[in-house]
Design a protein around this ligand. Structure first.
Ligand SMILES: Cc1cc2nc3c(=O)[nH]c(=O)nc-3n(C[C@H](O)[C@H](O)[C@H](O)COP(=O)(O)OP(=O)(O)OC[C@H]3O[C@@H](n4cnc5c(N)ncnc54)[C@H](O)[C@@H]3O)c2cc1C
Length: 403
């Protein structure tokens, strides 16, 4: 059973994140929306240092990293992450993603790294590079190669659309040890900034999340230490072992999808709050005791959006809670991402519509929220891919049986 009451520690973290969103992010959100490809916003540097000082640098305490230290029910690091992410996304998702120290690669290290690797890389700001020019949704199509040469891996290939890769300290790179061996040969490697052979070749211009850097990287005979591979270097040789090996790499997404869903929830809640305030100023009241059939079209629209948002929130909490309590949560992680990504897009755009020219103009943040929200239904697996994963889980089909 899920207990929806938040422990004091989580409530405090949630409140602090909201404060940061309201006092640090909101006032500078528009300014940085207009300066794409800037360095890390200076306002975020003390914040990154503070989070690091508080131990929030991507290292999760062992008992809370999706694991259970005792038989007690945990509300741990995953729950903390979705709650704080939602609050900060209420301020500005792009700025949140730009806080030094909090990268998607950190989640990968937590999911598949050894305790030593978690210790070694936990303090770095790690980006995650999976996508390539010929490999997006089909992450098994990775072509970047890694070959062992003595005590070093040699990486060659190209990665695109890697969030925080140009500003971060390191990139977690997906590469294949042997393309002919398929998914089982795909492993992830930590490549630290400044390693010869790793070059950031460009940063992308984008529709939303404009303050967050999204880089293309080329690896040319890039040599990294042998123990920078996350997990085992062995390539499984039986079908069952192969499935398990790739499943281990994919496990990263069980940790990263709920926070992306939380971003969608946070930004949609922000848009809805602004919209309701504007409508209330125009004399529209929201009276929840009245049935939806006795409401005006605009009232009913708002109630529906609120219900959708609450459904998304509950799915997010469930996926995070399961991760904290060591329950397999692939299906729930995809469900919350699919629901929140979709309703996040719908709500932010509907809010622009309901507020007319005020929604579309730059005086408020509504149009920016709608632009920022779009990517949340694309990265970490698109809407269609989440639905595919859910269908496979529900029907008990493998990825080769249901494509
Ligand atoms: C701002 C931004 C930040 C990003 N950050 C990162 C990052 O940090 N690291 C990283 O590795 N990548 C990152 N990405 C890349 C992102 O994860 C990919 O864009 C995403 O996985 C989709 O891949 P694709 O663009 O190649 O589209 P495709 O895979 O080519 O998909 C195109 C369309 O086809 C649909 N489709 C594909 N396959 C199927 C199927 N089997 N069934 C039904 N429909 C299907 C998709 O849902 C989509 O609608 C980022 C992208 C952006 C825009």
């Amino acid at each position: 059973m899920i207990n929806l009451e938040l422990p004091k520690k989580l409530q405090m973290a949630q409140q602090m994140s909201h404060q940061v969103a309201a006092t640090v992010f909101r006032p500078i959100a528009r300014k940085y929306d207009k300066i794409e490809h800037c360095d890390t916003p200076e306002e975020l540097i003390p914040l990154g240092q503070m989070i690091k000082g508080m131990g929030g640098d991507g290292k999760k305490p062992e008992s809370q990293s999706g694991g259970r230290a005792s038989d007690a029910v945990n509300n741990g690091a995953n729950m903390m992450q979705v709650l704080t992410t939602a609050e900060m996304s209420w301020g500005c998702i792009g700025l949140m993603l730009s806080i030094p120290g909090l990268g998607l690669g950190n989640a990968a290290i937590q999911a598949v790294g050894t305790p030593q690797q978690k210790e070694r890389f936990g303090g770095l700001h790690c980006a995650m590079a999976i996508t390539e020019p010929g490999c997006g949704s089909d992450s098994a199509a990775v072509k970047t190669s890694a070959v062992l040469d003595g005590d070093e891996w040699v990486l060659n290939g190209e990665k695109i659309f890697a969030t925080s890769a140009s500003r971060g300290d390191a990139v977690v790179v997906w590469a294949t040890l042997d393309k002919s061996k398929g998914k089982a040969a795909i492993k992830s490697f930590v490549v630290e900034r400044g390693t010869p052979g790793m070059e950031i070749v460009r940063c992308e211009d984008k529709m939303g999340l404009r303050v967050s850097d999204t880089a293309a990287i080329v690896f040319t005979d890039c040599r990294i230490p042998k123990d920078n591979i996350l997990g085992s270097a062995e390539i499984a040789d039986t079908a069952e072992a192969r499935k398990k090996a790739f499943g281990g790499v994919m496990q990263t997404f069980d940790n990263t999808r709920p926070p992306v869903a939380a971003m969608a929830y946070g930004v949609a809640r922000a848009a809805l709050e602004i919209t309701k305030e504007l409508l209330q100023k125009e004399g529209i009241e929201f009276r929840y005791e009245k049935s939806i059939y006795n409401s005006t079209a605009i009232q009913a629209e708002v109630y529906r959006m609120e219900a959708e948002l609450e459904a998304a929130r509950l799915l997010i909490l469930k996926a995070a809670w399961m991760a904290d309590n060591k329950q397999p949560n692939s299906k729930q992680a995809s469900m919350c991402k699919a629901k929140a990504g979709r309703v996040g897009n719908q709500i932010t755009l509907k809010c622009v519509e309901l507020c007319g020219s005020l929604g579309y103009g730059e005086e408020l943040l509504l149009e920016k929220f709608a632009r920022d929200s779009k990517i949340l239904d694309i990265f970490e697996g698109t809407q269609q891919i989440q639905q595919l994963i859910i269908a496979r889980n529900v029907l008990g089909k493998s990825s080769s049986e249901l494509k």
